[in-house]
Ligand binder design. Sequence first.
Ligand SMILES: Nc1ncnc2c1ncn2[C@@H]1O[C@H](COP(=O)(O)OP(=O)(O)OP(=O)(O)O)[C@@H](O)[C@H]1O
Length: 225
Amino acid sequence: MPKHQLEADSIRYQVGNRQLLTDVYLHCETGEIVGLLGRNGCGKTTLLQIIFGTKATENKHIRIDNQVYPEPYKHQTLMAYLPQQDFLPKNIRLTKIIDLYLPAPKKREVVKQDIRIQKHLHKRADELSKGERRYLELLLLLQLDVKFLLLDEPFSGVEPLYVEHIEMLLQSHLSTKGFIITDHDYRSVLRVSRRIILLADGYCRPITHEAELLRWGYVPAGKFS
Ligand SMILES: Nc1ncnc2c1ncn2[C@@H]1O[C@H](COP(=O)(O)OP(=O)(O)OP(=O)(O)O)[C@@H](O)[C@H]1O
């Protein structure tokens, strides 16, 4: 399988007088899960939206395989983004949602046959729990033929057993995809990621040891001591 490279370079973003992102650099390649951690409001969602191309900013260079893409979301095979908020249409039954979202019958079947989804196929999306919806959203995104997935809080509202299953699912797609994930369930992010990046004070800092998260004030004293 070919390896692909995603590079997000020179990203700057200002909110009012606050420089939220200051010359951020982040990269990811096929086969890699990059965990993006950071405190509330530090700019993780903003950064993912800028990379995806749906948030405009003063400066950025998004390159995939050395080609610059100002708006990656406009290219079907480059990347997909799991937003923090639900994106499934509420009043439509799951079978229909899956058919609408995935044109290929084989891919539809993978989702419909999923043991956790099977029993809910006749329900509308608003009849699922938050964690069940999150899980289905992820399954749909994983079936897309994209090189990179940006996942904003994929574990949010998801029970521990599902979290473990999601971690395995991500690992099983590494031969064709690269992932950037952010979530406050930092233990799961640490477990599943090959590299950890901490976004703090507008910069992305590589974390090579968990104790550095303590030093940067991301986790409370007593952890990793
Ligand atoms: N369009 C905007 N107008 C005003 N403030 C904004 C705008 N976009 C982002 N912000 C501010 O920028 C900061 C970063 O927001 P963002 O959602 O990216 O943070 P986050 O790191 O994802 O936070 P969380 O962990 O809570 O999800 C916040 O303080 C937010 O209020």
